[in-house]
Design a protein. Structure first.
Length: 203
């Protein structure tokens, strides 16, 4: 009986829960993502770590060329080319900020573990007809020799940082015009030579 229980324990998750509490759900590029991992346990558990998993994933529609088997009119079998639409998913950015290292959770344990990381990779959130980019975060209690305890994934929004607007200050100066003592043409006081006749301005 004891051996059977140890065997089944390896296949089942501990009676524990973890949830993610975020300070906010919308971020811009370079923001710090901060939150807490709320953990509870109904049994004795040795956790390898308590962490958050931040993921940025792209889901994209692609045309896939393949073949399918068909039955020929003579009773035999053949193949024909087929083009299908499929959604492909890939992870663009992955980060696992840790709330705690190895820890023993006693039965009835309740606690919170702060974590933080920077939103500095991946791509901005996007949703279109044939492509989308989503950001998610979830909590994990790592368990050695048994399935990990995980929370549902929570979605967040990530936008690019607003463009920096630079303004130029235009300084206007009043230019004093003086007449040339030789030809009478007006020229700026800051100029030492008459631009018309070339005579030197007298001090």
């Amino acid at each position: 009986m004891g051996f059977f229980k140890k065997f089944t324990d390896k296949l089942t998750k501990p009676k524990a829960t973890v949830s993610v509490k975020l300070d906010k759900n919308s971020f811009t590029w370079g923001d710090k993502l901060e939150g807490k991992l709320a953990v509870s346990s109904e049994e004795e558990v040795d956790a390898t770590e308590i962490r958050a998993e931040l993921r940025c994933e792209e889901k994209k529609k692609e045309w896939v060329h393949t073949t399918e088997t068909i039955t020929l009119s003579g009773g035999g079998h053949g193949t024909r080319p087929v083009t299908k639409e499929e959604w492909k998913t890939r992870t663009i950015f992955s980060e696992n900020p840790q709330g705690s290292g190895p820890i023993h959770l006693s039965a009835g344990y309740r606690g919170e573990f702060p974590f933080s990381t920077n939103v500095a990779g991946g791509e901005p959130s996007y949703s279109g007809g044939d492509r989308s980019v989503t950001w998610t975060v979830k909590g994990v209690i790592g368990i050695k020799g048994r399935p990990d305890v995980t929370s549902p994934m929570s979605g967040i929004q990530v936008a690019t940082a607003p463009a920096t607007v630079t303004t130029e200050k235009i300084v206007e100066r009043e230019v004093v015009m003086i007449p040339c003592q030789y030809c009478g043409s007006l020229f700026p006081q800051t100029v030492t030579t008459c631009p018309k006749c070339g005579a030197q301005r007298k001090a």
